[in-house]
Design a protein around this ligand. Structure first.
Ligand SMILES: Cc1ncc(COP(=O)(O)O)c(C=O)c1O
Length: 460
């Protein structure tokens, strides 16, 4: 193994015990503790990340995955992905420092923000990070002055009008402007080595990938004509993180494979990358949060007669964490978190209109509204699945800190499989001084692709 992740980094989940059991144990422990200090925490199933990786390699064997650190920069995630051999896509200095701190070499880092501070470009230069993105002339000028040996990837705009998040408004050069940018780069002696794009998140139309791959081919040709050695195609992110997404990963990957065969056929000498965030981490994280306060709000309607029965009410629950903490994805990623209850309600229990709010004393800290829940109490725990993306470690982007504890877990079978895949050279007679190629990893997918280990105790 490469040694990024060790057994001390996670709880080994033995046969007959699931991460759901672990979550229950932790909430019970927290409820019984007299200090009341732990009122929200994550359980992260690192095995889910390993399974996602092998599924990726199986479906997109020509694509080398990088991980978009901004999506979840918690140490367990970074270590397991480094162990799996991924490269890292960093948006700023803080993210580059994080991955370098765990021992990832600079050659596996892309500084992928097209808008960069000069001081941070200098940091990349000093620390050996050579692959950088750009989409405008200003960025080129900065790189010429601060990092002349950088290799640049031109980020092109996509048609992301159908996606949940629209990145092309902010990032990406139009096709019309590409020739001019490539000419300027040539004049300034900056090497442009490839093209990247990001189709946005939750895109309902996988053809957006094939359109962008076709666009990238055009830009490759322009670059080659002007004397640039174009050799990297970066497909960006946006791959779904949960089962039941509008478009399934299988569908997206088959569209991508066909487009690659057409525009970048095998043997064309182009290194194909993707920078995935949510795909790897969303389903791996489960958040448990306790209720710290509640109140009933009566929905008085003017002119309403007393005889019409009891006044309708809604119950407002205040949770220990809100949209400025672990529910950040509500603001950042437009998610609608749906809680599950740890204690399964009986079918006779009446349900009430309810809403969930974070602890901040202002009106934007709303986690979810319009829910139908049984009567809950202060100290009860709510469990939220699929909480791995844009929830943890957003401090590097938003200037805040994240205090919510994370307990990492992995089943022994996944750990053994992970270790088996990355046997060091001296233990492997066939490997000549190198680790076994990771791309063979998908062969164990079928054994690992049993349902998620973290199944909630009860589902509303
Ligand atoms: C340039 C870039 N690449 C990759 C990603 C990861 O996206 P996702 O989490 O949708 O895979 C992002 C996210 O915003 C991004 O900005």
């Amino acid at each position: 193994m490469a040694g990024y992740l060790s057994e001390s980094d996670f709880v080994m989940v033995e046969e007959g015990f699931s991460t759901a059991d672990l979550l229950e144990e932790l909430t019970l422990g927290a409820s019984q503790a007299t200090t009341g200090e732990v009122a929200a925490f994550f359980v992260a199933d690192l095995g889910a990340i390993v399974r996602k990786h092998f599924c990726f390699l199986k479906r997109l064997p020509r694509v080398r995955p990088f991980y978009a650190v901004k999506c979840n920069s918690s140490p367990g995630v970074l270590k397991v992905l480094a162990e799996l051999g991924l490269g890292f896509s960093c948006a700023n200095k803080a993210e580059m420092e994080l991955v370098q701190h765990i021992g990832v070499p600079a050659s596996k880092i892309i500084y992928s923000s097209p808008c960069k501070q000069i001081a941070q470009i200098k940091y990349a230069a000093k620390n050996g990070v050579r692959l950088l993105s750009f989409d405008n002339e200003m960025e080129l000028e900065k790189v010429v002055k601060s990092h002349p040996s950088a290799k640049m990837v031109l980020c092109i705009a996509t048609n992301d009008s159908h996606s949940l998040s629209h990145l092309s408004f902010k990032f990406g050069a139009s096709l019309k402007s590409c020739r001019h940018l490539l000419e300027n780069a040539k004049k300034s002696q900056v090497d442009v080595v490839g093209v990247s794009f990001h189709i946005g998140s939750d895109c309902p139309d996988p053809k957006a990938y094939s359109q962008s791959i076709a666009d990238a081919r055009l830009v490759f040709e322009m670059g080659a004509e002007l004397g640039h050695r174009m050799q990297i195609l970066d497909l960006g992110g946006g791959f779904p993180g949960v089962e039941g997404a509008k478009v399934r990963f299988e569908e997206i990957s088959s569209v991508i494979n066909s487009a690659l065969d057409l525009y970048f056929p095998e043997g064309c000498g182009v290194d194909i990358l993707a920078k995935l965030g949510r795909y790897y981490v969303t389903s791996a994280f489960t958040l448990a949060v306790s209720i710290i306060s509640k109140k009933e709000v009566f929905l008085d309607q003017p002119g309403r007669e007393e005889e019409n029965g009891p006044t309708p009410k809604t119950i407002v629950y205040y949770l220990h964490d809100g949209v400025y903490g672990s529910f950040n994805s509500v603001l950042f990623d437009n998610t609608c978190p749906t809680p599950m209850l740890q204690k399964k309600p009986s079918s006779e229990q009446p349900l009430y209109s309810s809403s969930l709010w974070g602890p901040a004393a202002e009106g934007c800290d709303c986690i979810a509204e319009g829910l139908r829940l049984p009567q809950l109490h202060v100290g009860d725990w709510l469990v939220f699945e699929n909480m791995g993306a844009y929830t943890v470690g957003m401090g590097s982007l938003l200037g805040g800190t994240q205090a919510c504890r994370i307990t990492y877990a992995m089943s022994r079978v996944t750990w053994e499989a992970l270790r088996g895949q990355l046997l060091p050279a001296e233990q492997d007679d066939d490997a000549e001084g190198v680790c076994k190629p990771l791309s063979c990893g998908w062969e164990i997918t079928d054994t690992l692709c049993v349902g998620p280990v973290c199944t909630p105790a009860s589902i509303m």
